[in-house]
Design a protein around this ligand. Structure first.
Ligand SMILES: [Zn+2]
Length: 416
């Protein structure tokens, strides 16, 4: 994570009016993360806590191996203060991204460094098969990294628990409607598990590691199986009242267009999604795996070029909506398409006039994400991280998600 990204976590933190001990612990930890190293007095000044209170918190964090003592650093006259820093090896978070065809696992250390990634193809996504599989994956990674586990984040395609939309179509997971994924997983794993939709997690991933690092307001159009939207507004993910903000896949962009399993015709997902692309290619006798899509694009295959042109036209409409409604600094396109195809989609956009049409723009109106295939899986691992450092973000709150227990476990430190 860059210093800029860390600073933004601190900004979000600063808005939290709570002054509980657990909150103060988080603030101290986060200031150390964002500044690299600080002494007790500096921390006391920054947090407006007493030096004694800071000293107690530091003792506690040191005892939990979350901080390291860097010794004294000379600064001016008098005895130089002892400097403390976050211990990257002190704790990890685990992220699991579940899609219709595979499961990606990531491990981040306390310094925000990627320590592990692995991918597993899956063919059975029903809860009774998938829930134990996720739990086993977490167990394996806990054994591989025998340090404090700060939390587990799981991302899956949304929308969550919506009658009429959830569980319809091949881009959502069948059989998951009404399943309390966070609750069931927390039970299986033995600690609170945060669950988020893939587009929101991907936006968090780009915020911390990718194209969103220097941005406070952006939209991420995410190509999972379907198409989703993650919104970062004033540094915070916008989740909506029920965690389903940004469900753009079933917005009609072509009235009277292609029939959709949601019951409407002309939904964006029927044109601009990995599923629509696969359908298009397979309908013409091509396989549609990642490598084939990449190869077809390189060859300039007219089937793929045709799909890109059509998808870009509908994306242009959607991007115009987003710009006018949300006024983002930029719109990022990312997810499970080859970079070259995303670039071609961007090149194929025909953006009309919108509030984004300003002369003093410092960012392009649309840009490609930088975390590639790993975006959502990185975001998954960052969820507990965000939750621990920035209680205000409250990514864990909402239907079907654990909230306060997660924070309590983080404060106590659940040792693997
Ligand atoms: Zn639809």
């Amino acid at each position: 994570m860059t210093p800029a990204a860390r600073d933004r976590l601190v900004i979000a933190l600063g808005r939290n009016p709570g002054r509980s001990r657990s909150h103060n612990r988080r603030v101290v930890l986060d200031l150390l993360r964002s500044h690299g190293q600080l002494g007790r007095k500096e921390l006391a000044d920054m947090t407006q806590l007493t030096t004694q209170a800071v000293a107690n918190i530091i003792d506690e964090l040191m005892a939990e191996n979350l901080l390291v003592d860097l010794g004294r650093r000379r600064s001016g006259r008098g005895q130089p203060p002892i400097q403390f820093a976050v211990n990257p090896d002190g704790a990890i978070t685990i992220g699991i991204e579940v899609s219709v065809s595979h499961l990606v696992a990531t491990v981040l250390d306390l310094g925000g460094n990627l320590r592990h990634e692995s991918r597993l193809d899956i063919d059975d996504t029903r809860p009774e098969a998938l829930l134990p599989m996720i739990a086993r994956r977490v167990e394996t990674l806990r054994a591989k990294f025998p340090v404090m586990l700060m939390g587990v984040g799981v991302v899956m395609p949304g929308p969550f628990e919506i009658e009429g939309l959830s569980g319809v179509g091949p881009t959502t997971l069948p059989g998951w409607a009404g399943i309390d994924a966070a609750g069931r997983l927390s039970e299986l794993v033995g600690m609170p598990v945060l669950v988020e939709n893939d587009a929101n997690a991907a936006a968090v991933g780009e915020t911390l590691f990718g194209a969103g690092q220097a941005l406070s307001n952006f939209c991420l159009i995410y190509f999972g199986g379907g198409i989703g939207l993650g919104i970062i507004a004033d540094n915070l993910p916008m989740r909506g009242a029920f965690g389903n903000a940004g469900e753009i896949g079933h917005v009609v962009v072509q009235p009277g267009g292609r029939a959709c399993l949601c019951g409407q015709s002309g939904c964006l997902e029927r044109y601009a999604s990995l599923h629509a692309l696969r359908e298009h290619l397979e309908g013409h006798g091509h396989s549609a795996d990642f490598a084939t899509i990449e190869a077809l694009h390189q060859e300039g295959d007219p089937l793929l070029t045709g799909w890109i042109a059509e998808a870009a036209a509908h994306l242009s409409t959607m991007i115009g909506f987003l710009e006018n409604i949300l006024d983002p600094q930029t719109v990022i396109l990312g997810g499970m398409l080859p970079d070259s195809v995303i670039d071609a989609l961007i090149a194929g956009l025909r953006l009309g006039p919108s509030v984004a049409n300003r002369q003093d723009r410092s960012e392009p109106r649309v840009t490609r994400g930088q975390t590639g295939q790993l975006t959502a899986a990185l975001g998954a691992a960052a969820l507990p991280f965000f939750n621990a450092m920035t209680p205000r973000l409250d990514l864990s709150e909402g239907p079907g998600r654990s909230s306060e227990p997660a924070a309590q476990a983080l404060e106590k430190g659940t040792v693997a």
